[in-house]
Design a binder for this molecule. Structure first.
Ligand SMILES: [Zn+2]
Length: 113
């Protein structure tokens, strides 16, 4: 989201003009081992268990990182069962930092016309 401010502003303008009740969630996790801020990743360990891992230093100690995710309507922290962790891992972004391909831009213009 930090790399696509134009998209963020467009979404906020749409929310303001149309629905008034929506929000954008950012992932501002923190690794206490290396100071990384951003999105702590969910990976599968050697036993098949889903664990949280710092993408910068590989820290997997949940006592040495801060993670927050929206679940069941509220933003919760530290931590969730394997089922909820899998659901969080499988979430998809609906707005990415990637530039639209020309065909998609044409479709978007058609839809917005
Ligand atoms: Zn780290």
């Amino acid at each position: 989201m930090m790399d696509n401010i134009d998209a963020v502003l467009s979404i906020m303008q749409y929310i303001y003009e149309n629905i008034m009740y929506a929000e954008l969630n950012t992932k501002s996790d923190y690794c206490q081992c290396c100071g990384y801020t951003g999105e702590i990743q969910i990976v599968t360990d050697e036993d098949g268990k889903l664990v949280w891992e710092c993408p910068n230093c590989g820290n997997q100690n949940q006592d040495k990182m801060n993670v927050a995710r929206r679940t069941c309507g509220y933003i919760g922290t530290q931590y969730w069962n394997q089922g909820r962790t899998q659901e969080i891992k499988e979430r998809v972004l609906h707005v990415s930092n990637e530039t639209l391909v020309p065909e998609a831009e044409e479709i978007a213009e058609t839809v917005n016309a």
